[in-house]
Design a binder for this molecule. Structure first.
Ligand SMILES: [Zn+2]
Length: 264
């Protein structure tokens, strides 16, 4: 492997400030005061020369407004600022099928989508339409996955799969049945994109599962696994400190993006 590593771009496209008790499962069990708590929304881009892979596509404006989230930038518009367009049909990793991760898939009608088979199977099953799941999983957006499947653009995997050298998708479950993380090799070591296997650094550090978990025991195992990683950097799915933790991208994504493993 002589090719250089990938660049990882972290784009913040939305935000919401709610209560801590809305972010953590059974928060009252911890015996702490409730407090305001901010959740940020991200998508991630892997770039190596002209190769581009998207990790999720953020939420749609309708999906965000329906749930009271603030749209900071349209994900597709943010991508266009760095020269990435739907016409290029970049491959897309779907870490899980929640509305804030698959919201704009319909705008990438030619892209190949990579998803854990267990995730696709769950969201196309009857259980996914029950309120505890449908709050986060919009069937109109799940239809975009069905369309990709029908068109032969949906690549399903189980366990782990390396979709390009240095880009591995790891199915872990917990948060959703087929929640996946992405391990990316960069010039500054491995970057583990946890997506919602860990939403917040506090969730990881204090071993406090997020409010919505499909499998609670598995969620604890996944948090343990992430804490034990050898990766140089762990990027969680929704932490509002994310952009302060990593170097800023600068123009043309000033203030809304960070980058790891920057070339040159
Ligand atoms: Zn999420």
């Amino acid at each position: 492997m002589t090719r250089s590593g990938w660049e990882v771009i972290i784009i913040r496209h939305g935000t919401r400030t709610g209560r801590k008790s809305e972010a953590y499962m059974n928060f009252s069990f911890y015996g702490e005061e409730d407090a305001p708590y901010t959740t940020d929304y991200f998508l991630w881009v892997l770039r190596r020369g002209s190769d581009v892979i998207l990790i999720d596509t953020g939420f749609s404006r309708a999906g965000a407004e329906q749930r009271g989230r603030t749209v900071l930038v349209d994900p597709v518009e943010a991508l266009s600022r760095i020269g990435i367009t739907p016409e290029q049909a970049p491959p897309i990793v779907v870490t899980h099928a929640h509305y804030d991760h698959i919201g704009n898939l319909d705008r990438f009608p030619a892209s190949t989508l990579h998803i854990a088979a267990s995730e696709y199977e769950f969201w196309t099953s009857g259980i996914a339409t029950r309120p505890l799941f449908s709050h986060f999983g919009d069937q109109a957006e799940v239809d975009d996955l069905r369309t990709a499947e029908r068109e032969g653009r949906l690549v399903q995997f189980s366990g782990e799969t390396e979709i390009e050298d240095g880009v591995k998708i790891i199915e872990v479950g917990g948060h959703t049945p087929g929640q996946s993380m992405v391990a990316v090799e960069t010039e500054e070591g491995q970057v583990l994109l946890a997506s919602d296997a860990a939403h917040f650094y506090e969730e990881l550090d204090r071993d406090m599962p997020f409010v919505s978990m499909a499998d609670v025991p598995e969620s604890y195992r996944v948090l343990e696994r992430i804490r034990d990683t050898n990766a140089a950097h762990v990027v969680t799915g929704h932490d509002p400190s994310t952009l302060e933790r990593f170097p800023g991208y600068g123009d043309p994504l000033q203030g809304i993006a960070a980058i790891l493993g920057r070339h040159g």
